[in-house]
Structures are given as C-alpha cells and as structure tokens.
Design a protein around this ligand. Sequence first.
Ligand code: GDD
Ligand code: MN
Length: 381
Amino acid sequence: MTDERQSGLGAPLATVQVKTPISIVVPTYRERENLPELVARLTALKRTAAPDMEVLIMDDDSQDGSAEWVQNEAPPWVRLVTRTSQRGLGPAVVDGLELAQHPVVVVMDADLSHPPEKIPHLLLALEAGQDFALGSRYVRGGSTDDDWGIFRWLNSRIATALAWPLTQARDPMSGFFALRKADLRGAHNLNPIGYKIGLELIVKCGLDNVGEVPIHFADRRLGQSKLTLAEQLKYLVHLKRLYMFKYAGLTRFVQFGLIGASGVVVNLAVLTACLAVGFPDTPALAAGIVVSVITNFLLNRRFTFSYARGGDMGKQFVGFALASAIGGAIQLAVSAGVLRSQPTMPPQVAALFGVAAGFLFNFAANRFVVFKERHPARRRR
Ligand code: GDD
Ligand code: MN
C-alpha cells in the first residue's frame, strides 16, 4: 500500500525502473527557494530509478539567484536556460520541449506540487501504450491538500468541465505530464496562452489516448504562485481556440446561432426603446430589425468569421443583408409549405421548420459565400 500523502516518497521506487532516457522540463520564475529540494529529489530519482536523465530549468531571467545556484550547486545534468523574450509559462515549456534531447519528455512545476517520485509511473503509462501520461489529482488515489477552499475547488472543477469536449481526461489542467518527443512533430503550431500547456498538447498533437497516474498535489510551501486572475481569463480564450481547432465547423455554427439569438434580444430592446420615445409601431419594428442586422453582422464578422476581417466591409454587409433577406423568404416558404402538406400540424411547429431552414441557409450563405475563406486553415491530420 502506498500513502500518497507521504509526498510520494512512500511509493515503492525500486520496483519501477525507467529504461528510456528522459528529459525533464521545469518552467521557473522566481523559484530559487524551491530549486535545492527539487534537484535533491530528482537526484535521488536518477540514482534509484531513472539513470538516463537530463533536467532543463527554463527560467525567465528571474534575477533571484536561481541562475547562480544552478551554475554553482547543481549537478551537470541540470541545465539552466535563461529566457529573455516571449516570457511566460506556456512558451517556456514549448522551448524546453524543443531543446529536450531525449525521446521522452516530462514537464513539471518547480514548486514541488508535483512529486518527482511519480515520474517512473508516468513512464510506465507511456510504455503501456498511452500517448500522453498525466499526473492527476482527480483519479482514484489522487488528492490535493486539504485546505483548498470551496472557490478554488469549484474554479478547478469548472475549468476542467469546460475542457471535456476536448479530452475526457479527468485532470487535463495538470502541469505534470509526460509524452514522446516524436509526437511533437505532429503538433500544429503550438500556441499556448495561459497555463494549460498539457491540454494544448493533447489537442494539437491529437493525443487521444491519455493515461492518468494519481498524484498528491501538494500546495507550494515556498515562493509565490503566479496564477493570476488574468491568466485564468486567458484560459477562456485558449479554450475557444482549441474548440476551433478541433471542431472548427461546429464551433462556427454554434457561434452563429448564439449571435443570432443575441440579435433577437437587440431587436426587442431597440423596439421597446423606440416605442418608449414615441415612435409609431412600424418604424419602431423596422428600427429593431435594422439595428439587429447590423449588430449580427458586426459580431459575426468579428468572431464567427474572424478570418475575413480584412475583407471589404461594405460588400460583406450587402452580402450579409441579402442573405438575411433570402433566408427570411426561405423561412416563410418552408413554413407555409410544411403547413400546407401537414394541415393538422400546429402552425407553431411548421414555423420552427421554417426557422431551421432559414438558419441553415443563412449560415451556409455567410460561411461559403459572403465570408468566403481564401486560404482555408489546414485541418487536423
Ligand atoms: N519560465 C516561466 N515563466 N515559468 C513560469 C512562469 C513564467 O512566466 N509563470 C509560472 N512559471 C512556473 C513556476 O515557477 C512554477 O514552476 C510553474 O510554472 C507553475 O507556476 P505556479 O505559479 O506554481 O502555478 P500554479 O501552482 O498556480 O499552477 C499549477 O497548477 C495548475 C493546476 O492547479 C500549474 O502546474 C498549472 O499548469 C496547473 O494548471
Ligand atoms: Mn504551483
């Protein structure tokens, strides 16, 4: 039996031997206080279980004595890489993955939240045929320190749930993982913003077979976390990009629908405002329609079809308005046609058929004619 709470040291190390040479990538920013224990624990691991190991400390020029410590105190297989441009956790990891010399790469934090003693177990998962091995808090046997407040817990769970359409792994937010260097060649322009570099790799390298190894995630004892609210908001932008990457068509379709729904709200709001200031009914209705067509156009041009932002806006608007008009006519024709062929059907149901047909036409006309893609993005392999 192993007790995860003994910082992983309780795991039976000697039983798991790592034969593959491994590169360990550790992004750091101001982690001087944590480096000695980290390197000591990695040294123990190298001695007992993983002889062929290099460590890359990817430091964003911390200026806190980290560089001096590595130069003077660390063993030669620990390399410090000082980064001065394109700073940030994601880019530091991507650089480390490129510099790694060995066929298997492990990424982990410097603050000892991730137990180095679990690295052999990550390797076992790869040897068992998985494409990606995650150190996971949320599988059986995994845990976090007890003093996580309800908000931190909720935050982590919601973030994980939002990633579910991308991967069914239980803890894709984890920054502790291993993968084969060869799989990185299949990656389409890695562009991690924020903290979720593991998720980025799973999606962009198309690694569906994710194995999870339970870990105890210990809270950092020394130094400070750099996970700010701004970083967390970036996660939403990152998610949208990954959804786009994996489900470009569907994401666009849903977005077009959501913007259409927002148009209904705009329409009703403008109508209400116009009536309140004394407009007669017909001009007020017209104003609602005109304003909502304009907001729909602007939102779709900016978000749904953002690749066409450079195009001629006037022409695009005319196309968009025309598509809306034709879509409206199709809506009417389809509802009327359905009602005529099924006289017993409630008109409301027939109207919904019309809405669906008009919507499909509208989407297709905008996607493939009005906002035509000149250089279609390369698809996943
Ligand atoms: N090079 C570099 N540049 N390293 C950075 C930067 C940066 O701008 N920001 C943070 N790091 C390093 C830290 O020094 C640490 O080694 C690691 O990245 C994680 O940073 P923390 O500040 O400790 O993040 P955290 O504990 O809040 O987040 C961790 O847990 C999350 C899950 O709860 C990370 O592992 C996340 O990836 C993970 O999602
Ligand atoms: Mn941390």
